[in-house]
Design a protein around this ligand. Structure first.
Ligand SMILES: Nc1ncnc2c1ncn2[C@@H]1O[C@H](COP(=O)(O)OP(=O)(O)O)[C@@H](O)[C@H]1O
Ligand SMILES: Cc1ncsc1CCOP(=O)(O)O
Ligand SMILES: [Mg+2]
Length: 293
């Protein structure tokens, strides 16, 4: 029996089914990890300068094939052959915004699934307008930290709540963002992921909350951006965007737990984390996944 919550005026009742069992989710993540490694999906990333290297290396380590192709002259030919497209507005400019819009319009037209990471959305009008324009091309997944997700919900007119981001970081929690995830998922017809100490993923019906990961992951720049790229790898091979999001969060969070057992500081953690993305197995996920009911 699902449980119901009253959400803001638009949806009188939200049918939020309780979490599937941890074993179901761990099994799903393990199967999709094996499939990703077998298929090595090509993932196009139009991303920020800060994350280029680590996002590409995170994709390589997990078993996918990154391509940081962003020129408007090339995306019409590249996006159709990519397994998924990841768009990340971290170091946005008018030129990159134009390239992103061309790529997402092509993706929408040819059916290449794509993910938006709305880095630092909220305080700046230019990137807020770009986010709203990009959302019109219907991403399969919207992945941000809690403040970014609340900011997109406000931009979409779903709430008056003002997020409190600090640059590219969040000061909000995913508990504050969870209902906005559900409303955004229903409003845009996509899967929405808010990450933080607890990660939340929803397609507007089912809500999954995972509690893996280490605080050290917030001390290495662009690990959220790299999560979005890795999530793009799962999006290329998973049956649904929600399953892709769950698998990426499970693999990434468990890898964070494992890396934090050997590295205590950011520099060594960055190395240990990329190594763990390469080494992690389905058994590691089954043994360590933390699902919050
Ligand atoms: N306090 C925390 N404890 C454990 N894991 C965390 C914590 N904060 C973030 N993470 C993890 O770090 C990764 C990046 O998330 P986040 O920092 O929310 O994104 P961003 O870097 O885009 O702000 C996610 O896998 C998330 O689960
Ligand atoms: C510091 C910074 N500035 C613009 S993009 C970026 C990286 C943000 O990475 P993440 O969203 O993973 O924290
Ligand atoms: Mg981010």
């Amino acid at each position: 029996m699902g449980y119901h919550r009253r959400v803001e005026r638009k949806y009188t009742l939200v049918d939020v089914r309780p979490n599937p069992q941890a074993t179901d989710l761990a099994g799903l993540a393990g199967r999709l990890l094996s499939e990703l490694r077998a298929r090595r999906p090509l993932v196009q990333n139009i991303t920020n300068y800060v994350s280029m290297d680590i996002a590409a290396n995170a994709l390589l380590a997990i078993g996918a094939a990154p391509a940081m192709v962003h020129a408007p002259e090339e995306t019409p030919q590249f996006t159709p052959i990519a397994g998924a497209l990841v768009v990340n507005i971290g170091t946005l400019s008018a030129a990159t915004a134009k390239a992103m819009q061309i790529a997402v319009d092509v993706a929408h037209k040819v059916g290449t699934p794509w993910l938006l990471d709305p880095v630092a959305v909220g305080p700046m009008d230019f990137r807020n307008g770009v986010v709203l324009d990009l959302m019109k091309a219907r991403p399969a997944i919207l992945r941000g930290n809690a403040s970014e997700i609340i900011a997109v919900a406000r931009l979409a007119g779903l709430t008056q709540t003002k997020a409190t981001p600090r640059g590219t970081d969040s000061t909000n929690t995913t508990s504050e963002a969870q209902l906005f995830c559900i409303e955004l998922a229903r409003h845009f017809g996509c899967t929405v992921v808010a990450t933080g100490e607890v990660d939340v993923a929803t397609d507007g019906q089912q809500v999954v909350r995972l509690a893996n990961g280490s605080p050290l992951m917030t001390k290495v720049t662009a690990l959220g951006c790299s999560l979005s790229s890795v999530m793009g790898g799962f999006l290329a091979i998973a049956p649904t965007p929600l399953e892709a999001a769950i698998a990426a969060l499970a693999v990434y969070g468990v890898a964070g737990d494992m890396a934090a057992e050997t590295a205590r500081h950011p520099g060594s953690f960055r190395v240990a984390f990329i190594d763990t993305l390469d080494a992690i197995t389905p058994a590691d996920i089954t043994g360590r996944l933390k699902v919050i009911a």
